[in-house]
Design a protein around this ligand. Sequence first.
Ligand code: SF4
Length: 249
Amino acid sequence: MLLELQSTIIYGPIQSRRIGTSLGINLLQAMTKVCTFDCLYCQYGWTDFSCLEKAEYPAPEQVARELESALDKLSTPPRYITFSGNGEPTLHPDFGRIVDLVNDIRDGRAPETGTAILSNSTTVSRPGIREALSRLDLRIMKLDAGSETMFASYNRPAPGITIEEITEGLAALDDVTIQSLFTKGPAGNFAEPNITEWIARLKRISPVLVQVYTLDRGFPSREIEKLERDELEEIRSRLEDEGISAKAF
Ligand code: SF4
C-alpha cells in the first residue's frame, strides 16, 4: 500500500530506521507530491511533473511558527529535525532562509537536536543550495544509479537532469551521506554493470557513509522486487572492500 502524503508542514516525530527519532518538516504543498524524480519505488506513487510549475509553498515564517509550536509540545526533543516530506525539500524557493530559521529555533529550543535533510540530490549542482545544505548537521543525499541509462529508467528524472551533474555537485559537498535504494527484478538497479559504475561515482564523491537499503513500503512499479538481507550485505561488503564506509538497513 502506498503511503499517504503529508497534510501538514510539521509531522511526527517518527521513528526512522536510519536516523532515530525525527521531527519532519514538509516544505512542499499539502497532500501534493512535488518532486524532480519519478522513482520506480516511490512510496507516494508516480510523480506528475506539472507539480513543478504549479506547486504552492509555505512561507518561511509559517514554517518557523509551526516548528516552534511542535517543539514546545514535545516532552523529549527528537534526535533530528529533518527536511523531508512530500518530495524534494530543496525545491522550496526560500530553502536557504528556512534552513537558517530552523537552525536558530533548534539552537534556542532543542540544542542537542541535529538538523538533517533527505534529498534526491537534483539541486546539488547549484552553489546556493550546496551552501544551505552545508549549514545542516546531516545531509543524506540520494544516488541509486551508476549509468545515465539506469538513472533515466530507475529515477525517471524531469527533463535536463543528469547523473553526471549530480555526481559533480555531490563531490563538491562536504561530509555527505549517500542513500541508495536497491531493488532486483527486470527494472532493478541490483545488476551489473550498474553497481560497478555506482561505486566509481561514490569514489569521486568520497561520502562519509553510504546507507544501502531496499523496499520497505508500498511502491508503484511492477518491475522491481525487494532484496534479501544477504544481497544488501553483499553491496555493503563490496563498498567496505573499496574503503567506503557503509551500513545496510
Ligand atoms: S525522490 Fe523521493 S519523493 Fe521523489 S520520486 Fe523518488 S522516492 Fe519519491
